[in-house]
Design a protein around this ligand. Structure first.
Ligand code: EPU
Length: 429
C-alpha cells in the first residue's frame, strides 16, 4: 500500500488547475446504459473510482474506451449489448456509487441485479430510498443472497417524494424515470451541481425533464434515448480542498478551471475566518496572509456547506485562533480524521455530531492513517503545516477521488512524495 511522506512548512504558491468532478462523472457513465448509442464524456478525472466504474460497465458487456495521450480525459461508452445487467459484490464493495447502475439498468433492460453495499467508514449509508423510488415506478424488488433484484416490463411514471435528500438516490431515480412511461414528479430532490450536470447530459441524450437544481424535478418519459457528447463539470470538492490549502498554508494560490458559484458556502466561512479572495471568471485567487480566526460550520445539503469539505475545514480550524464548532449533519460517523489530527497535536473534542476544535495548536508530523477519501485530504492539509515529517498511510483512499494530488501539490511548492510499501524479503532471497 502506498504512503505519502509530507514535510510541512511551505506556503502554497502559484496556479493549480482543477480536474473534472468524480461525483459527476460516475452518474454520467451510468447514464450511458440508457442508450444503445455511444456516449462521449470529456473532462473525466483519472482516478480509481472511474476505473472501477469502467470495470463495472465492461463486466455488463459495455464497450468502454478510456482516452490516452491528448484525449486522456475522454471516455467513450457504448452499451449496445448489455449481456449481464449486474453489479457484482467485488466491485460494489470497493465503490458504493456502483448502485447508480440500478435505475438505468432496470429502465433499459427490464432487470437489474446489484449487490447491496455494506457499511462504510463514514456511516451506515443504506440505499432504501433508491429502492422505494424504483418501487414507486412499478419495479418489483427482491432482496436475497446480498443482492437486490429489480424487474419491470416498462417502468411507469409516478410521484416520488424522497424521505430525505439523497444525491445518488436522486440521480438513480432520475435515470430510471427518463425511460419510464408517462410523467414522474420527484420531490425533495438533491440540488447538488452533480445532479444538474447529469440532467444536462440526459437532455442531450433526448430526455424530457425540467427542474434539476431545484427540489422538484419533472420528467416526461420517452421511448428511447440516443448518444451524446458531454463535458463533466469541474470538481467542486477538489477545488475546495485547494482553496483551503492556500488559506491554511498562508499561501497565494490561483485555483483555476472551477465554478465559483459552487464555492459560495465555503468562501463565506473562509472570509469569516480571515482569508482573502479574488474571484475572476473561472478562477479564485486565495491569499492566506492574515492570521486565521475560528468560525463555526454545519454541514448541509447543497447549497449549504458540503460534508465532503468538513474534514479539510477541520484541518484549517486547528490553525485558527479560538474555538470552532463543526457540526456534521449528513453522515453519522464522519469524524475519523479528528482522532488522527489529535495525534498530530490538535485540540479536538467530539460530542455526538459536533467537533469542538480549539486553536491555534502547533501540529507535529506523525504517522497517521487515512480512513476515507476526504479524511485523507484533511490529513494531507494538516501535514502541510505540521512541523517535521508526516507519513500518511492508506493513500489508496486519496487515489479514489483526487487526480494526481501529490504532483499538483508539488507544483505549487509542497514537499510531498509517494512511497510504495517495501515487500518483506523472502528468507534466503
Ligand atoms: N440515505 C439514506 N437512504 C438512502 C440514501 C441515503 O438514509 O437510500 C442517507 C445517507 O445514509 C446519508 C444521507 O442520506 O446519511 C445522504 O446521503 P446521500 O445519498 O446523499 O449520499 P450518496 O449519494 O451516497 C454522495 C456523494 C458523497 C457525498 C454525499 C453527500 C457520490 C458518488 N457520492 O453520496 O461523496 O458525501 O453524496 O453529499 O456522489 C465523496 O466523494 O467523498 C463522497 C462520500
Amino acid at each position: 500500500m502506498d504512503k505519502f511522506v509530507v514535510r510541512g512548512g511551505n506556503p502554497l504558491l502559484g496556479t493549480v488547475r482543477i480536474s473534472g468532478a468524480k461525483n459527476a462523472a460516475l452518474p454520467a457513465m451510468a447514464a450511458a446504459i440508457l442508450t444503445e448509442e455511444p456516449v462521449i464524456l470529456e473532462n473525466i478525472p483519472q482516478v480509481r473510482d472511474i476505473e472501477t466504474e469502467r470495470r463495472l460497465l465492461s463486466a455488463m458487456g459495455a464497450e468502454v474506451e478510456l482516452g490516452y495521450g491528448r484525449a486522456q480525459h475522454r471516455t467513450i461508452i457504448c452499451c449496445r449489448h448489455l449481456s449481464r445487467p449486474e453489479a457484482g459484490y467485488d466491485l460494489v464493495k470497493t465503490m458504493r456509487a456502483s448502485t447508480l447502475v440500478l435505475g438505468p439498468l432496470v429502465a433499459r433492460t427490464g432487470s437489474a441485479r446489484v449487490s447491496i453495499p455494506g457499511g462504510c467508514a463514514i456511516g451506515a449509508r443504506p440505499i432504501d430510498l433508491h429502492i422505494k423510488g424504483l418501487e414507486r415506478l412499478g419495479a418489483t424488488i427482491r432482496q436475497e443472497h446480498g443482492y437486490i433484484e429489480a424487474r419491470a416490463e416498462r417502468l411507469k411514471g409516478n410521484s416520488i417524494t424522497f424521505d430525505r435528500i439523497t444525491v445518488t438516490g436522486t440521480e438513480d431515480i432520475l435515470m430510471a424515470a427518463v425511460l419510464a412511461e408517462g410523467e414522474t414528479v420527484m420531490e425533495n430532490c438533491a440540488r447538488e451541481p452533480e445532479v444538474v450536470d447529469l440532467a444536462a447530459l440526459l437532455v442531450k441524450m433526448g430526455a424530457d425533464l425540467e427542474g434539476a437544481g431545484t427540489s422538484t424535478i419533472r420528467v416526461r418519459g420517452v421511448d428511447r434515448l440516443h448518444g451524446a457528447r458531454h463535458r463533466i463539470i469541474p470538481d467542486r470538492i477538489e477545488a475546495a480542498t485547494f482553496i483551503i490549502a492556500g488559506a491554511l498554508t498562508g499561501g497565494d494560490l490561483l485555483v483555476t478551471n472551477l465554478v465559483p458559484a459552487h464555492q459560495t458556502a465555503l468562501l463565506a466561512k473562509l472570509e469569516q475566518a480571515g482569508a482573502r479572495f479574488h474571484v475572476n471568471g473561472e478562477s479564485i485567487r486565495v491569499m492566506g496572509d492574515n492570521p486565521l480566526r475560528a468560525a463555526d460550520i454545519a454541514t448541509e445539503e447543497y447549497p449549504g456547506f458540503a460534508t465532503d469539505v468538513q474534514a479539510q475545514y477541520m484541518a484549517l480550524a486547528t490553525q485558527a485562533e479560538g474555538t470552532s464548532i463543526i457540526t456534521e449533519n449528513i453522515f453519522e460517523n464522519r469524524f475519523m480524521h479528528a482522532l488522527e489530527l489529535v495525534r498530530m497535536g490538535a485540540n479536538i473534542k467530539i460530542e455526538g455530531n459536533r467537533a469542538v476544535v480549539r486553536g491555534k495548536s502547533p501540529l507535529s508530523g506523525a504517522v497517521v492513517l487515512a480512513s476515507d477519501l476526504r479524511a485523507s485530504a484533511s490529513l494531507v492539509l494538516a501535514a502541510l503545516v505540521a512541523d517535521g515529517e508526516t507519513i500518511i498511510d492508506r493513500v489508496y483512499h486519496i487515489d479514489r477521488g483526487y487526480e494526481h494530488l501529490e504532483e499538483k501539490l508539488r507544483a505549487i511548492g509542497a514537499q510531498i512524495r509517494r512511497i510504495g510499501e517495501m515487500l518483506p524479503r523472502r528468507a534466503g532471497a
